[in-house]
Design a protein around this ligand. Sequence first.
Ligand SMILES: *Cc1c(COP(=O)(O)O)cnc(C)c1O
Length: 295
Amino acid sequence: MLSYSETPIQPLKSDFLAKERITLLVKREDLNHPFVSGNKWWKLKYNLEEASRRGHQTLLTFGGAYSNHIYATAAAARVCGMESIGIIRGEERLPLNSTLAFATHQGMHLHYVSREAYQKKSEPEFVESLKKEFGNFYLIPEGGTNQFAIKGCAELAQQLQEIKFDYLCLPVGTGGTMAGLIAGLHERKVIGFSVLKKGDFLENEVRTMAFEYSGQEFSNWNIETKYHFGGYAKSNDALQRFIRSFEHDHGLALDPVYTGKMMFGILDGIKQSKFEQETTILALHTGGLQGRYQG
Ligand SMILES: *Cc1c(COP(=O)(O)O)cnc(C)c1O
């Protein structure tokens, strides 16, 4: 239903990497689709299949005003000929930012709820009230994370399995992508970089999700929690400078919410000799570049 473009692996070259004797590769999954890009493509793949198998014509999901998941879901619904509803946290602000303007342009109906109401979004009464208002829909949780998303990310892992590397690195929001990759990869170490301030709970989340999906326990992974730069969607001058100079040096764009923090963490880890010499690191570019030009 969604088209998929094969994505390249981009080796990064620098004197620093040469001196440290580290090979750093970037899997450009940001290029897999023009609008449903990065990890969101994989998280939506089996959700779209399931929605259509169950005869749904409408997708409903949740997110903040800058959510990549809202953006991707709106585009995916359009491509698949479905309706979409986005339950947005907070009040409407006009003019719409580019994420919400894009979503609206794809035909997504935006419905704003207060922060208090938004916190109850998983409760059955709230979902029932949405059904009364909008009719029947296929519900995709915030960030797109559920068992179908994990299945898609485990499939991405099978594709990565072909590449020669020692460590796979990725940014972590809800942990759904990481859970799928851990379950799908064998005998390779996975390092997640939390973009949330209080990211300690993520380890449990990821462990539980990977177990629920696969029935197995995995131990070859960990989550770094000190590269959050103040928390979700927070940033500072150091991060902004890093992203600019990285783009200048490598011709590769990073976003400040996810991939910028991951790449900063990877290079800091190399600086601190956390990786042995002759190691190959594969960094997953999970996309998110549409958020880069917004305030
Ligand atoms: C949504 C998103 C993530 C986080 O994925 P989770 O499965 O929620 O951990 C990472 N990177 C980008 C670019 C994203 O849009």
